[in-house]
Design a protein around this ligand. Structure first.
Ligand code: NAP
Length: 251
């Protein structure tokens, strides 16, 4: 089990206050990592859960709708532990409307958080990882919409398909420099992101009926994949988009 151990490592997790970001933070904390949570809402609950797991936790209040907080995120993370070993790009938003009437604002808002800030935060973190030659792990939270089209979420599908491509490009550029860039594609999980779907009885029944595992995912279901990709067990894995979807894509 030694190769899954994250003791002495520091992980920056965006959108750590709730949902999948909280589940991933707790899993990395349980594996021994110190956590820098990045979020625009209070991360008190996640902090408590990480501390319960025996981990250090530092919260950085930051709105990733713009690139403005990136320097501060790097500064506070380096101050906490001197090195960022793991970056989990989890913060993301979704806007739902028919493509025919989709607004420019709903396009830009989603692309800015899901793709633009993700790229430039990753660039800034990678510069620190390369500066001391120690390498690191980047885990992007992609989606089934990295593989499929979906309906009524054009900017979300474009951003998550783009994120899969970006994962592969960064893996190609940085693999030989000791940085592993990979992604996890969650299926349908019970979080704020899917509230509208779960509140729609027709969509909710259709979705559940297509999941071979017979249930929606719980944020804890992502923990194993996140710890694996963050650990030295994944040192020769580059550019994969790993579905954690209860079998959805196999159907
Ligand atoms: P969620 O509960 O809505 O969480 C989204 C997270 O992103 C929250 O922490 C949110 O903070 C943060 N965030 C959004 N905009 C931000 C901004 N401008 N600055 C900083 N943080 C921001 O949904 P989730 O399901 O856990 O989503 C996490 C990731 O998984 C997203 O990238 C999502 O696309 C992806 N995903 C989810 C599912 C699913 O089934 N749930 C499936 C595939 C992929 P606030 O709480 O402050 O808004």
């Amino acid at each position: 089990m030694i190769s899954f151990d994250l003791k002495g490592k520091t992980a920056v997790v965006t959108g750590a206050n709730t949902g999948l970001g909280q589940g991933i933070s707790v899993a990395l904390a349980q594996a021994g990592a110190s956590i820098v949570g990045v979020g625009r809402s209070s991360m008190e609950e996640t902090e408590g859960l990480c501390r319960e797991a025996g981990a250090r936790f530092h919260g950085v209040q930051a709105d990733l709708a713009t690139l403005e907080p990136i320097e501060r995120i790097i500064g506070e993370s380096m101050e906490m532990s001197g090195r960022i070993d793991i970056l989990v790009n989890n913060a993301g938003i979704i806007r739902r409307a028919d493509a025919i009437e989709f607004s420019e604002k709903d396009w830009d808002d989603v692309m800015n958080v899901n793709l633009k800030s993700t790229f430039f935060l990753t660039q800034a973190v990678a510069r620190t990882m390369l500066a001391d030659g120690g390498g690191g792990k980047v885990i992007n939270i992609a989606s089934l919409l990295s593989f499929q089209g979906g309906i009524r979420i054009p900017s979300y599908t474009a951003s998550k398909s783009g994120l899969a491509g970006l994962t592969r490009l960064l893996a190609c550029e940085w693999a030989a420099k000791g940085i592993n860039v990979n992604a996890i594609a969650p299926g349908y999980f019970v979080t704020n992101n899917t509230e509208a779907l779960r509140d729609d009885p027709k969509r909710s029944t259709e979705i559940l009926g297509r999941i071979p595992a017979g249930r929606w995912g719980d944020p804890g279901d992502l923990g194993g994949a996140a710890v694996f990709l963050a650990s030295s067990a994944a040192n020769y894995i580059h550019g994969v988009v790993l579905p954690v979807d209860g079998g959805w894509l196999a159907r």
